[in-house]
Design a protein around this ligand. Sequence first.
Ligand code: SAH
Length: 468
Amino acid sequence: MESLPIFMRIKSARCVVVGGGEVATRKVSMLLKADAAVEVIAPELCEPLKVQFLAGEIDYLQSTFEAAQLNGAVLVIAATDDEGVNTAVSNAAKAQNIPVNVVDSPALCTFTMPSIVDRSPVVIAISSNGAAPVLARLIRAKLETMIPASYGRLAYLAREFRDAVKAKFSDTQSRRIFWEKTFQGPIAELMFSGQEGAAKIALADAIKADDSHAQHGEVYLVGGGPGDPDLLTFRALRLMQQCDVCVYDKLVSKEVMELVRRDAELINVGKARDKHTLPQEEINLLLVNLAKEGKRVLRLKGGDPFIFGRGGEEIETLMENGVPFQVVPGITAANGVSSYAGIPLTHRDYAQSCIFTTGHLKLKEGQQEHTVELDWPALTRPNQTVVIYMGLVGLAQICVQLIAHGLDAGTPAAVVQQGTTSKQKVVVGDLSDLAIKVATAELKPPCLIIVGHVVKLREKLAWFEPNL
Ligand code: SAH
């Protein structure tokens, strides 16, 4: 190790920054974050520092640098663009044994400032000892995406309950096990999903209960997006990698399934349309039972769980059974698929609103044929985009009805197959010919229908063409 990583308490301590420019401003704000008493020494200040000085956040000595100004400082940073001054600051600080950092001059420093990931009170510092600062920053970016933003709040929660846990578990071994469980189980997940009050109650209960080693299960209702795994949220990915069992249906793409933890048990509850599918009530109960066995259950759905995903029904049953859960939104098909098809859903000139609806065929009592029952007047208003989920089979009927209820037969419309994936296909037409074109193209589900003048924009904006 070329240098010793340490965290230094500088609250209310006099820290001197020599230089009044932009670089100095960045260093000042870092020192202020750690509650230092910052003094800036420079012949003049840039605007942001002036503002901070006038607001009383920093002290300012208007002067050129002299060694005696460092007396009593616990830390010095030189951030001028004059090498001579920077060297003088470094020498003066070293003579008084004050730690000194000279920006961009490792040779003049006795300490360097790391790249940090701030989850206060948890702080991660990364340094390449000047060898490759850009690499250190890239590592930092990786950690930023891996570590939930709310880790800091989790640490504060732990601090609040530290004494209670100490009182309950006398030996360090059982305390360690208790905290490991807490930081990786439902209580941590409650914190991460913003349910701080519930987390506190659960933690207090866990400390009280004698069965602190018992397993408590939970359910993550996660949106897997429209297909491209890059469209998953950080949270979705994290939960996918920590589940014990994954309950998924056919809409979730293979590429997304690849990212589920390898050791997790996989349960497929939805096969192709009209073939065997587990009834919704049974899925709801399956989730409850798996969680009650103490498992971390990932309920993975295509798109967003709350948009034509029946996610609401699933968590209703979880609530009734007291199973902890969280919901992670995903990019819904309308959103992801339209983007990848180069069709903006709204546009200043063509559409000021957008409706998502389902084109599912239904068999009405007493009728022989399946029909699409929709609020046609609402769908045929001008300056609006209509996005229809589950409409492939009913496409011909839908087009006929839209025309019958007042839309021009020439209204542009598109069907997108398996949008965002390498199998994406887009068929564009208008309400009079779309159904025929789609039949000829032999599109396969899932397919999304988009109706409205925005579809024309694809001519200019198409950017994702995996099959060309
Ligand atoms: N909860 C999902 C929708 C489930 S309904 C979501 O938010 O996206 C299933 C319908 O979604 C399909 O019939 C199809 O219309 C649409 N769909 C989902 N993924 C799609 C994709 N990659 N390409 C095209 N349509 C898709």
